[in-house]
Design a protein around this ligand. Structure first.
Ligand code: ATP
Ligand code: ZN
Length: 612
């Protein structure tokens, strides 16, 4: 009896189609491991895996293709090795790399029958969505958050794409809550992590452009205050390494700033005024607090214990900074440290500084363990939710391969109260979607000859009938509009518009406004006497509907629009030597500015701190 007898029985005539299909799975983490096992056991003929990461100890509880001996090895390669043993009749190819790498181009995407997203961040998902639309390949996107899961089939022109629905905005806190009127532990944790830690060890807000231009807002005073306080901290930062450094920082943020706040008129009528702390008194109280207190992460520390942990972690981090300054050849840049929940020194500092602030404002203090969860935005990953979601991906893929896209569903996995599974129909593309509503085609470009002006005049105005008012955006941002014409004479190579990059043309005429036009660049050397820019095909560009339907945000039929959204995780690059890089990072070598950190926005109406 062949090992695939039962698969053949249940799949019927589709079994052959599955054996002959070539699929791509992006991400070999929680969902990916389960999905790969399903694909291999269902008999998908050829599966390609792309993952940029290496295996971590923390993956092993649920990413069952990985074992202890695989730690620090490539996820894609180990997943291939482990899953290959389940079925010798299928082929698996592993690619250790970022799906955004240029070798994974549109032509390569076109070579697959189906693409599966098993990713954990919006950026990569959006990229795959775009590539699948450009290559006209069906995409099965999936994600989980804790006990919840979601699977969505995306088919060009037939269903919503990943960008058709605006995603729920990240949670925000007004600047004034964080700076002046905290009322919950999270407000103090955000302050410790994104203000105090960043001001002392990271990039100062002075250099964060997000802080500018909010002068006309209600928060303008608050932001101006913040800037003054940040400047004062910056001066204190210069004394880092000296004996008095911890006292200077402490007195600044827990005494002087608090006294100033306390004296602010009318602020404390409705709420309890904050109480400044006294460095000398706490130093005496903390004399008997031993080093081991920082290890007690499940108990709530006393005020004196928080003080001791604050001073010690501040000292250890300052020593690291000094070490970096002395040892690292930085050129002109200043060394910085970034918060990492797994870096004990940074976590101790944020936990203690948040608790000291909570104490001042009469807010409940928390254990280091709790603060780690909150500061790291940790939502536990649940193995069964991943397994169920991966199973649903294959069921949907079967419908795609049967050419029964109308029967494919948007499926949700909920916490098992009543119905663990629910589903709804796939909806048609949103006519206002910035990604899939427009016209799309390929632009053949002779990169050394073709200029932006050729695109504007020859292709867009003469050939496609654009008027005066339109803008052109590359993935890096705006490259042309009527007021932004300084790049016109630049060639495509000077503008770094390479093969497989996308250009979006947005019509800004008031009447008969054309839908967005997305051009995928394809570089080619064209004969000298030929035009340096050519469209591969004749493209029809429709007009935008008058009042486009507003995209649904988190509506009933879409209860979970951001699953596995941009996560808290710091991704490692695909190159080797990860162990060294990891250790270096943990020791606080210069780290890149955190991409997943709390961001201070310059919202013109309401300055806000955003938690990603
Ligand atoms: N741009 C990308 N290119 C390729 N793979 C990616 C990209 N972005 C994310 N991934 C991979 O997608 C996978 C998502 O898996 P998962 O959500 O289980 O995260 P994880 O990093 O394995 O787990 P943890 O929750 O412990 O951080 C990861 O293995 C990650 O490396
Ligand atoms: Zn769309």
């Amino acid at each position: 009896m062949g090992r695939d007898k039962y698969a053949r029985q249940s799949l019927g005539s589709l079994s052959k189609r599955i054996q002959e299909s070539r699929v791509l799975m992006v991400g070999a983490g929680g969902i990916g491991c389960e999905l790969l096992k399903n694909l291999v056991l269902t008999g998908f003929g050829e599966t390609h895996i792309v993952d940029l990461d290496t295996i971590d100890l923390s993956n092993l509880n649920r990413q069952f293709l990985f074992r202890k001996e695989h730690i620090k090895k490539s996820k894609a390669l180990v997943a291939k090795e482990s899953a290959a043993k389940f079925n010798p009749n299928v082929k698996i190819e592993a690619h250790h790399g970022n799906i955004k790498d240029p070798n994974f181009n549109i032509a390569w995407f076109k070579s697959f029958d189906i693409v599966f997203n098993a990713l954990d961040n919006m950026d990569a998902r959006r990229h795959v969505n775009k590539m699948c639309l450009a290559a006209d390949v069906p995409l099965v996107d999936s994600g989980t958050t804790g006990f919840q899961g979601q699977v969505q089939v995306i088919r060009k022109g037939k269903t919503e794409c990943y960008d058709c629905l605006a995603k729920e905005p990240p949670k925000t806190f007004p600047v004034c809550t964080i700076r002046s009127t905290p009322s919950q532990p999270i407000h103090c944790i955000v302050w410790g992590k994104s203000y105090l830690f960043a001001e002392i060890f990271g990039l100062s807000e002075e250099s964060a452009p997000e802080m500018d231009a909010a002068e006309d807002s209600e928060n303008a005073d608050e932001i101006a205050n913040l800037r003054t306080e940040a400047q004062a901290l910056l001066r204190i930062r210069e004394s880092m390494g000296s004996e008095e450094f911890p006292r200077l920082v402490f007195n600044k943020v827990y005494k002087e700033d608090i006294e100033r706040l306390r004296n602010a008129e009318g602020m404390w009528k409705e709420r309890k005024a904050p109480e400044p702390l006294d460095y000398e008194a706490l130093s005496q109280e903390a004399l008997g607090v031993g080093e081991e207190v920082a290890k007690k992460d499940q108990v709530v520390w006393t005020l004196a214990e928080n003080f001791a942990v604050f001073v010690r972690s501040l000292k250890r981090l300052s020593d690291r900074m000094e070490g970096l300054r002395a040892n690292v050849d930085m050129g002109n840049s200043t060394p910085i440290l970034t918060f990492d929940k797994d870096d004990e020194d940074t976590l101790d500092f944020v936990a203690a500084s948040a608790n000291l602030r909570s104490h001042i404002f009469g807010i409940e203090t928390r254990s280091k363990f709790d603060i780690k969860q909150m500061a790291g935005n940790i939502i536990p990953a649940i193995a069964t939710a991943n397994a169920l979601t991966a199973g649903l991906c294959v069921l949907q893929a079967v419908k795609v391969l049967r050419d029964e896209i109308s029967k494919a569903k948007l499926v949700y996995l909920n916490r098992p109260y009543d119905n663990a599974l629910s589903s709804g129909p796939l909806r048609p593309p949103n006519p206002a979607c910035p990604t899939c509503s427009g016209a799309q085609t390929t632009l053949i470009v002779d990169p050394s000859r073709a200029t932006l002006n050729n695109l504007v005049e020859d292709v867009l105005r003469k050939e496609l009938g654009y008027g005066e008012e339109f803008s052109i955006n590359s993935e890096g941002g705006l490259i042309f509009d009527p007021d932004e014409d300084q790049h016109l004479e630049k060639t495509f190579s000077e503008l770094n518009l390479k093969s497989d990059s996308f250009i979006t043309v947005i019509d800004e005429e008031d009447e008969n406004t054309k839908v967005n036009l997305i051009l995928a660049v394809s570089e080619r050397t064209l004969p000298k006497d030929a035009a340096p820019l050519q469209l591969v095909e004749k493209v029809t560009i429709g007009t935008k509907p008058k009042a486009p339907p507003a995209p649904v945000v988190n509506g009933h039929s879409h209860p979970l629009p951001i699953l596995n959204g941009d996560s808290h995780k710091r991704k490692r690059p695909a190159d080797d030597g990860e162990l060294e890089a990891e250790v270096a990072h943990k020791r606080g070598k210069v780290a890149p500015a955190p991409q997943d950190d709390v961001v201070v926005l310059d919202d013109p109406d309401d300055g806000a701190i955003v938690i990603d």
